[in-house]
Each structure stands twice: as structure tokens, then as C-alpha cells.
Design a binder for this molecule. Structure first.
Ligand code: FMN
Length: 402
């Protein structure tokens, strides 16, 4: 991609696409890759905002050289120290040994700890200004969005917010890098999957940061992953606000674990009842087939969750247990939940999910339903009543959509 690509004035995107890494953080599937966005401001002084993962360092350094030639880099602003953004720092410092490394007081222990760099530090605090000539950088501390040292940098002349991981998502940038050059549907799903799995635990801190940024005239949001928002930055800021307030859409996610199909049969039966009762968004997931990151993202999107499991060695089936652990860790609030499952002797699946529901404190719809060996008339009747109750509750919650 054109490495001289300017996002505004003398601000360049010097990001890279990574389609080789299959698992982000060695856990989250990257079916369509990921972009590591970095930015270069080619002013009287040259500043770079964040770097890229180590596997892309050579390409990255070439891009910088193509833009600035023999000019030195004066500042590297480190908004976030996660290695997918700091991984080229050592090589950059090797190429530009006088470059100042700009961070806050929590940044530097990470730099020394990860890379052994102890020199060229330049500490900034909230509201400090670095004057590059035409462009001016100011800094906003946003701790725990989603690491302790995270901060954002606002360029006051062009009104660009360099927001590090906030407002970013999975997905390589296939040609289009701006919001007006892409079909956002795919990126919205991937941005929500990124948010719900990686940032969401710190939703309270996201809310605090959004309030802090509310007074800024933000014309471009430039995150470290995903598209750059130049036409409608309010859209992504609005989505983050919605997700971090746990706001949901009308719909149901049914997730189940089943070895021999009996719990799966209950899930499909229930889905049909809910659909018959007028709910258009009903998503059914076999927890053993779909990676939990996608399931968590859908539960983040929709208001009601139904969780089912067969009994497995006195416990919840392993793939469903993983989903429960992810949900619990994400601190998601304000959802409806129902429980079902199967056993052949003393159970463990349904009781395990019930214990999770008691702990997480979501509003229960209906009693849990547990079949023995396989679902029969009594369970199908109970599932019918449950499906009707879930649909009724959603119609009542979203009266304007009826
Ligand atoms: C390895 C294994 C462990 C099981 N552990 C339990 C158990 O602890 N308690 C129980 O009541 N049933 C247990 N079962 C029985 C299943 O939960 C039961 O057959 C159920 O109907 C399976 O539902 P499914 O068809 O959705 O897989 C176990 C079955 C298997 C294969």
C-alpha cells in the first residue's frame, strides 16, 4: 500500500497489514488478519505515534525512510506498550539514536522491562504540549484502557485523536483505510469482537476516558488497529459509548455444549419457539465449534442469552465452561439469561450454569430446564413456555421495535 499515504496535512499512515499471524495474542482467531497502524508527522520536527509488531519491522522502517529520507525522527510517542505496537521500538531507536521516547511515568518501566531501553526518555503529563512546528501534540492519560500506561495523543492543528487500541478492531485493511472507503459491517463485528474480548473488562475506564475526551473537537480518530475515522468519527465513539454502557439490541444468543445431540436438539427447538414469537435476531452457537470470542461478541450485542450444557464428569461441558469464564472475566452486565441442559445420572451441567448465573447477577427468565437422557414432552413443553417468555420480555424491553 502507498506508504506516503497522508491522512491529513503532513500526517501519514505508516501502518502494516499482518495476514500471517493466525491468533492475535496467540488466542483470538484472525480470519481476516489485522492491521497495526502507526502514524508519522513530517513537520519541522518528525514524530511517530506508536510502532508495529516486530514481525513487520523491516517493511515499517522502509516506509519511514521513503517519507522522511535522511531526516531524523525526533520523537516516538508511546501511547501503548503492548508488543504489537511497541515491537519495532528497539529497531527504530537503533536507526534514530537521538529520538526522544515520549511516554508517561507508567510507560518507562514497560520499556525497560520489555526492551532494556533506559535512555532518551521524555516524560509527559496530562495537557503537556510538544510543538512540532505546524502540528502540536497534547496528551490525555487514559489508564487501564486497557493497560496501566495507556494514553491518547491529540494533534490540535489537524484535530486528530491518536487513540491507540481504543476504537480499533481486527481485520487487515484491504486497500481502504478510511471509514468512507470501506463497508463497515464486517469491521463493526470485528471491532465489537475486539472490544468485548480485549477492552471490555475495563468498560468503566472507557466511560471515564470518553468523558475526558468529550470537550475535544475530534475530526479524525486514528486508532492502532482497523480503519481510520475521518468522515464520521462520531460513529465509532458512539459505538464505544454504547458498548461500555452495556447497551444491547433486541435479540437472543443460544449457546450450548452437546456430545450426542440431545442438548443441541433442545437449543434448536427453543430457537424456533423464540423466532415464532417474533424475535428476528436469534443466534445459535455450538460452543465446541465456534471460538468463544465470537460468542462473547454476540452476547455483548444482544440482550438475552440462553446457556445450555450436557453434564460432563459432574460439571459443565468444557467448551461451555470456557464461554462462562470469558463472560465472567469480561464483566458484562444487564443481560437476561436462561438455562437448560441434559444429564444421565446426578447432573452437573445445569447446576454449574445456575451457579454461574447466581454469581454474575443477570436477570433470569424462567426456571432452568434439565432433561434426563433426552428431552421428552415435559421438557419440550417447558422449552415452549421459556421461548414465549423470552420473546415477551424482549418485546416489552424494546416496545418501539414491535
Ligand atoms: C464422558 C461423559 C461424562 C458424563 N458425565 C456425566 C455426569 O457427570 N453426570 C451426568 O448426569 N451425566 C453425565 N454424562 C451423561 C451425559 O451428560 C448425558 O448422556 C446427556 O444426555 C448427554 O447430552 P448430549 O446428548 O447433549 O451430549 C456423561 C457422559 C459422558 C460421555
Amino acid at each position: 500500500m502507498n506508504c506516503r499515504l497522508s491522512i491529513k496535512d503532513k500526517i501519514h499512515w505508516i501502518g502494516v497489514n499482518d495476514r500471517e499471524t493466525t491468533l492475535f495474542e496467540n488466542y483470538w482467531p484472525l480470519e481476516k488478519g489485522v492491521a497495526y497502524n502507526s502514524y508519522l508527522i513530517n513537520d519541522e520536527k518528525v514524530a511517530i505515534i506508536d510502532t508495529v509488531k516486530f514481525n513487520k519491522t523491516t517493511e515499517y522502517l522502509e516506509k519511514i525512510k521513503e517519507i522522511i529520507g535522511d531526516k531524523p525522527v525526533d520523537y516516538l510517542v508511546v501511547n501503548h506498550m503492548e508488543p504489537d505496537h511497541s515491537g519495532s521500538m528497539l529497531a527504530l531507536l537503533g536507526t534514530y539514536p537521538d529520538m526522544k521516547i515520549v511516554g508517561n511515568k507508567k510507560t518507562f518501566p514497560f520499556i525497560e522491562g520489555f526492551y532494556g531501553i533506559t535512555r532518551n526518555y521524555m516524560e509527559v503529563v496530562e495537557g503537556d504540549i510538544i510543538d512540532l512546528g505546524f502540528h502540536k501534540l497534547t496528551f490525555y492519560m487514559t489508564p487501564m484502557v486497557h493497560w496501566p500506561e495507556t494514553m491518547m495523543t491529540y494533534e490540535t492543528t489537524s484535530k486528530v485523536l491518536f487513540s491507540m487500541d481504543a476504537f480499533g478492531g481486527f481485520g487487515a485493511l484491504d486497500g481502504g483505510i478510511f471509514d468512507d472507503e470501506i463497508n463497515y459491517e464486517f469491521y463493526e463485528d470485528e471491532t465489537r469482537r475486539y472490544y468485548s474480548n480485549i477492552v471490555a473488562k475495563y468498560s468503566a475506564m472507557v466511560q471515564r476516558s470518553l468523558k475526558k475526551l468529550a470537550g475535544l473537537d475530534i475530526q479524525i480518530v486514528a486508532p492502532t488497529h482497523g480503519p481510520i475515522w475521518r468522515s464520521n468519527p462520531g460513529e465509532i465513539i458512539g459505538l464505544y459509548d454504547k458498548w461500555s454502557r452495556y447497551e444491547a439490541e433486541k435479540g437472543v444468543v443460544i449457546v450450548y455444549g452437546s456430545m450426542y445431540g440431545n442438548t443441541a436438539k433442545m437449543a434448536d427447538f427453543l430457537a424456533r419457539i423464540i423466532a415464532e414469537n417474533g424475535i428476528k435476531d436469534v443466534k445459535v452457537f455450538d460452543a465446541s465449534k465456534t471460538h468463544p470470542s465470537y460468542i462473547l461478541s454476540e452476547i455483548w450485542k444482544y440482550k438475552a442469552a440462553v446457556i445450555g450444557s450436557c453434564a460432563y464428569n459432574t460439571k459443565v461441558f468444557s467448551s461451555v465452561e470456557t464461554v462462562l469464564a470469558k463472560l465472567s472475566n469480561s464483566s458484562l452486565k444487564d443481560r437476561y439469561v436462561s438455562v437448560f441442559g441434559n444429564k444421565s445420572w446426578s447432573g452437573g451441567g445445569v447446576s454449574g450454569i445456575n451457579a454461574f448465573v447466581d454469581e454474575i447477577g443477570w436477570e433470569r427468565i424462567g426456571e432452568s430446564i434439565e432433561a434426563t437422557y433426552s428431552p421428552k414432552d415435559a421438557e419440550f413443553k417447558a422449552l415452549t413456555e421459556l421461548g414465549e417468555a423470552i420473546a415477551a420480555k424482549l418485546h416489552e424491553t424494546y416496545p418501539e421495535e414491535n
